[in-house]
Unconditional design. Structure first.
Length: 436
């Protein structure tokens, strides 16, 4: 028996209404026209809280840096000590849907940062002109400002918003493909950094030698000048002394000019060295993140290959059954068509697998009761809403239950999480004592 579809929320945007499907499947946003009753409103740019909440995640992640978002949340009182970048992003998405002080600060910060793009897109008087400007900005790689300016433009059509959302979503997948190129570039930068340090060391030694030579020459010239002055006082020709004095002055000026040039060259090299060191630091951080992702994917692949190498009867060994027998796992979010596959993996190991879709069809009120029944809560971060994640973390902390974020909603991430789960993470004994 199929469940009745829940109508999607409609949010006014100028003369249009935006409807997003309440499904976490990879389906595009659905934009529908609202019947026009009465006179049309005056065309204006939309506020961020007037946009569909399904666009807020891409806007926060694309159009604002982490430092800017942290500053806005701190200014509006939504920042807590020790908040990680993912928590900052989730709070930013929540604030974007509110028309209070925090939402207005967020909208103002986006307008301020992308003022140039907003002024450029303001010249568009139709959806066709707006689409052309978006295409040009996308070809130049100027995505953040163009995305914000086009989404809030009064002439943004449903088809264009849907197209821009899909293109920005796919651009995020290209980041992983660039990791290997970033690692190679980091290696080259480190080698160049070492060469520049050696070159700077040689130039500093040469400069010190030149300064010592200059000081010795100036000292000798001062002594010679003093002798000449003494000779002049004794009756030496005034014209000869004047000529020698001019020569000495020219020599000293030339030496000072050369020293000044060397000093400026050294300052330029030090500035370049600092810039390269900063780039190397950022590349090292990017490489560390890429290596962590690679290790996670390798673990999931090894777990999946090990599981596929044996039939279900062999995989459900007494060792695994004793380890997980009676374990209740609550799976929040994910795709409905995956539930049967997940159960087929969990049941032979003695795991009772519970499901909650995060509030799409299942009510949020059921989540607290299901968390209390479960020993461990899992959720795929790529297929669950920000609100559901926040609710799961809060309920698990209150109930003292562990929660495990999964990289994806696939079978490999679920299996890898079970393999990594230590006996101390399985709170069946604490749950049994609490029920007793």
């Amino acid at each position: 028996m199929k469940r009745a579809a829940i109508p999607a929320p409609v949010l006014n945007l100028g003369r249009r209404a935006m409807t997003a499907p309440l499904s976490l499947k990879s389906a595009p946003l659905v934009l529908v026209e609202r019947p026009q009753d009465g006179p049309l409103p005056i065309a204006r740019r939309a506020k961020i809280w007037e946009l569909s909440r399904y666009l807020h995640c891409s806007i926060i992640g694309t159009c604002l840096s982490t430092a800017e978002l942290r500053h806005i949340l701190a200014k509006s009182g939504f920042l807590t000590d020790g908040a990680c970048d993912h928590e900052l992003h989730g709070r930013g998405v929540t604030v974007a849907g509110q028309s209070d002080v925090a939402g207005k600060l967020l909208h103002k910060a986006l307008d301020k940062r992308h003022r140039q793009a907003i002024n450029q897109f303001a010249k568009a008087k139709s959806a066709a002109e707006l689409t052309a400007l978006w295409r040009e900005a996308l070809a130049r790689g100027e995505v953040p400002g163009a995305y914000w300016a086009a989404l809030t433009h009064p002439e943004a059509s449903d088809d264009l918003v849907r197209q821009m959302f899909g293109e920005v979503h796919m651009l995020s997948h290209l980041v992983g493909a660039a990791n290997r190129a970033d690692i190679r570039r980091l290696t080259d930068l480190e080698a160049e950094n070492a060469q520049l340090r050696e070159k700077l060391r040689r130039q500093e030694a040469h400069l010190r030698e030149g300064l010592s030579t200059r000081d010795a020459t100036i000292r000798d010239l001062n002594q010679l000048l003093a002798r000449r002055i003494a000779e002049q006082v004794s009756g030496t020709s005034a014209s000869s002394t004047s000529s020698e004095h001019a020569t000495l002055t020219a020599v000293v000026s030339d030496l000072e000019r050369r020293v000044g040039a060397e000093s400026r060259r050294r300052a330029a090299l030090e500035a370049r060295l600092e810039r390269l060191a900063e780039e190397a630091r950022r590349d090292r951080e990017a490489r560390s993140a890429a290596e962590a992702r690679e290790q996670t994917l390798r673990d999931e692949l090894e777990t999946l290959e090990a599981r596929l190498a044996f039939p279900v009867e062999v995989a459900s060994t007494p060792e695994l059954t004793d380890r997980f027998e009676g374990l209740a796992v609550l799976y929040v979010g994910g795709r409905q068509q995956q539930q049967s596959h997940l159960k087929s993996l969990a049941t032979p190991m003695g795991i009772e697998l519970l499901f909650h879709d995060g509030g799409i069809d299942d009510r949020h009120g059921l989540l607290a009761g299901m968390v209390s029944r479960a020993d461990v809560v899992m959720f795929p971060v790529d297929c669950v809403s920000h609100e559901a994640v926040s609710a799961v973390k809060r309920l698990c902390r209150n109930a003292g239950k562990p929660f495990v974020p999964l990289r994806t909603g696939g079978l490999s991430s679920f299996l890898a999480a079970l393999e990594r789960m230590a006996p101390s993470q399985v709170s069946r004994e604490s749950a049994a004592s609490a029920s007793a």
